[in-house]
Design a protein around this ligand. Structure first.
Ligand SMILES: NC(=O)c1ccc[n+]([C@@H]2O[C@H](COP(=O)([O-])OP(=O)(O)OC[C@H]3O[C@@H](n4cnc5c(N)ncnc54)[C@H](O)[C@@H]3O)[C@@H](O)[C@H]2O)c1
Length: 355
């Protein structure tokens, strides 16, 4: 069988340490694709020529493009990996969906810069029968999968509330709120109520993100989700994910190393139990390799991947719903009936004036 031809949009520039101006996630995607016998990297596109050239040199192919649309037109791609900043995801996913032969799009998170854009790309891929997945790689990390196994085994009884803390709900929060979906069996939410503070301009990969925020959501199965965002001292949860059940508690990411990545205890038990994660912390290693491998395996075997756009939409509705709750100063019942990004709209209208 011939290999799936993979092309990458937005290669980035490899730096010793990534930051909010560039992680070069394309290299993470490419490393994962390169490990698969079923795939071959054949082309890349980046508006910065030297970025594209360095990427092609690293992975041993020659086809580089400044214009990603030209790459789509020329390269007979089966798979498109999109690693640009989020304001570009919508136009690029839509262009890939319009390209004959494309079977799968593996896109970086968050889905898009607006709620309408997120829904449009999910609908476009579905209409064409194209697999559209988002890199919510934590779903493939041992601390998280162990937590889910404990939950499913009934170790903490019935799940009642999930809590998490992170920098903001849009950029980093998409991982955390997506993990709520993972733990809660992809159940959609009923409503969200939230308030944000945006006093200092905070652009993450070019996207406005709040400084601090509190969000409560109720899922259709009655489970609650509580999300606290902000800088270090403004985060009261004490771990990245806390699962509270009728008979116990699981903390994921109590620390950032492999030995304190997960702990749990039953009601009345004095001591915490610390499962062995096999050397994995909350950031890896190996999460993206497994995520890409699973997406490609699902593609080739006709299975729905857990990274599918339909699952990503559940968290994305909560994120934009939270910004809408802040705009309307009230609870937002779903489905969310807006098209824009309320945080950006509030900045543009002058309702919020971050300095
Ligand atoms: N999954 C994760 O854990 C994780 C971590 C960091 C970043 N991200 C996400 O990855 C995405 C990319 O972030 P990054 O840090 O890798 O970006 P980056 O800045 O390292 O790379 C983006 C590249 O896109 C190129 N580009 C810009 N406009 C383009 C266009 N029109 N056509 C082609 N190329 C274009 C830029 O020149 C740049 O080289 C963001 O959505 C971010 O949220 C995900």
């Amino acid at each position: 069988m011939s290999k799936l031809r993979v092309g990458v949009i937005g290669t980035g520039k490899k730096k010793p340490r990534g930051d909010a101006l560039g992680y070069a996630m394309a290299y993470e995607h490419a490393n994962a694709f390169q490990k698969l016998e079923t795939c071959e990297l054949v082309a890349c596109a980046d508006i910065v020529e030297e970025n594209a050239q360095a990427f092609a040199d690293t992975y041993g192919f020659t086809a580089t493009y400044a214009d990603y649309r030209e790459m789509l037109a020329q390269e007979r791609l089966d798979v498109v990996s999109i690693c640009t900043w989020m304001h570009l995801h919508e136009e690029m996913v839509l262009a890939a969906c319009e390209t004959p032969g494309v079977r799968a799009i593996y896109c970086e998170k968050p889905m898009a810069y607006t709620w309408g854009g997120s829904k449009r790309i999910a609908a476009a891929a579905q209409a064409k029968g194209i697999q559209l997945t988002f890199n919510h790689q934590r779903r493939y990390g041992a601390p998280f999968t162990i937590a889910k196994q404990l939950l499913e085994a009934g170790e903490i009884g019935e799940l009642f509330r999930m809590e998490c803390e992170c920098g903001n709900i849009y950029d980093s929060g998409t991982h955390f709120i997506d993990m709520f979906s993972f733990f809660n069996n992809e159940t959609p939410a009923k409503w969200v109520i939230a308030q944000i503070d945006y006093r200092t301009e905070n652009l993450v990969f070019g996207a406005h993100c709040e400084n601090q925020q509190v969000l409560l959501t109720e899922y259709q199965n009655g489970v609650f989700g509580l999300v606290m965002t902000g800088a270090g001292e403004a985060r009261p949860v004490g771990c990245v994910d806390r699962l509270i059940g009728s008979e116990g508690v699981i903390d994921v990411g109590f620390g950032h190393g492999p030995t304190d990545a997960i702990r749990w205890r039953k009601l009345g038990q004095a001591d915490w139990q610390w499962p062995d994660t096999g050397g994995e912390g909350i950031h890896g290693p190996g999460f993206i390799d497994r995520a890409v491998a699973d997406a490609m395996d699902c593609l080739l075997n006709g299975r729905k991947c857990q990274l599918d756009a339909s699952n990503a939409l559940i968290a994305t509705e909560i994120i934009f719903g939270a910004y809408e709750s802040s705009r309307r100063r009230g609870r937002i019942d779903f489905p969310l009936e807006i098209d824009d990004n309320p945080l950006v709209a509030m900045v543009e209208s002058g309702d919020l004036r971050p300095v």
